[in-house]
Design a protein around this ligand. Structure first.
Ligand SMILES: NC(=O)c1ccc[n+]([C@@H]2O[C@H](COP(=O)([O-])OP(=O)(O)OC[C@H]3O[C@@H](n4cnc5c(N)ncnc54)[C@H](OP(=O)(O)O)[C@@H]3O)[C@@H](O)[C@H]2O)c1
Length: 288
């Protein structure tokens, strides 16, 4: 039995779709959801549903019984709670004798030295804890989602251009669907125990280069400009972010500017047996 956490979110849901596309029978997949009301779509697909919250150890213990492979999608809770929640999942998996735990970590040049501090350090702490747990593990070091680009650069690019204070830093943005595909490979093939993979595109792009791609796609000149931090935070709030989230995302722009995502590594081709979708094609699917 495969169990996928975060099954109501973007990455968990896409991973379940990839597993089914790869021929895994839905009744061999368990979706962990914390809110029964969100499980209807997953039930319709024929999945097993278990109710569990990363915050509630006992709910996890009972949900993980009989699970061979478990995908832990990192929590979206307050940063201060995430490591404790991940520990709960790892401890419950250990007690339930889960055979293989796959954790969606984060790919940066050095999580320990990042300007983001605690906001990314919890991934390193989770990875260390998991390695020490003695559960066979796989770390999926995900780069930033390509799906976030429209949100990061602001609305109405034809008139406003690409607006983000991210300097010349390059990021190997990868679509969530490709990360999901990589998760499905790990969950359905052998030989990935105690390994760490970089889940990123083969080419990294700066936002000036993304503006050039968007110019090609739209046939209009799209400029890249870098607003002051406070203006950028206001832009994110206008796009729908809360004040806290906007400030958090603005700090990501700072990390991008420092080149912290430009790790120049990718294991996706090796895992998928093909090159990942390139950024221009992905942006074309959104903007054209
Ligand atoms: N690499 C990137 O660019 C990037 C960007 C954004 C986020 N992330 C990280 O990657 C994770 C997955 O991304 P995503 O886009 O799939 O996020 P998402 O759509 O927000 O999904 C998060 C999932 O985790 C579940 N969850 C949150 N707290 C939980 C808890 N206490 N117990 C059980 N389940 C819980 C959510 O359940 P509910 O539906 O009940 O809320 C949801 O299913 C995020 O949580 C975040 O840590 C990475």
């Amino acid at each position: 039995m495969i169990l996928v956490t975060g099954a109501t979110g973007n990455l968990g849901k896409a991973t379940i779709d990839s597993l089914i596309n790869r021929g895994v029978s839905p009744n061999n997949i368990t979706a962990l959801v914390r809110d029964e009301n969100k499980s209807a779509e997953l039930r319709l697909k024929g999945l097993q549903i278990k109710i569990g919250d990363y915050q509630d150890f006992e709910s996890l213990q009972s949900a993980f019984r009989g699970v061979d492979r478990l995908l832990l999608v990192s929590s979206s809770a307050d940063i201060s709670k995430r490591f404790e929640q991940h520990k709960n999942v790892i401890n419950a998996a250990k007690e339930s004798r889960v055979g293989h735990l796959i954790y969606t970590s984060f790919d940066m040049i050095d999580l320990q030295q990042s300007v983001m501090g605690d906001e990314v350090l919890y991934h390193a702490r989770t990875a260390d804890y998991l390695k020490r747990s003695a559960i066979p593990y796989t770390l999926m070091d995900n780069t930033m989602y390509a799906d976030m680009i429209p949100f990061l650069i602001g609305k109405d690019i034809l008139n406003n251009g690409v607006s983000i204070p991210a300097g010349d830093g390059r990021t190997p943005f990868l679509p969530i669907s490709e990360m999901a595909e990589a998760n499905a490979v790990i969950l359905t093939t052998r030989g990935h125990e105690n390994k760490e993979y970089v889940i990123s595109a083969e080419t990294a792009f700066s936002f000036a280069e993304i503006a050039d791609l968007l110019s090609d796609i739209t046939g209009k000149t799209i400029t890249y400009h870098q607003p002051e931090l406070s203006t950028y935070i206001a832009q994110l709030i206008l796009t729908g972010a809360s004040e806290d989230d906007a400030a958090y995302i603005a700090r990501f722009a700072g990390a991008i500017a420092r080149g912290e995502f430009d790790t120049n590594k990718s294991d996706v081709k090796k895992l998928l047996g093909r090159s990942p979708v390139n950024l221009k094609d992905f942006l074309q699917s959104i903007y054209s």
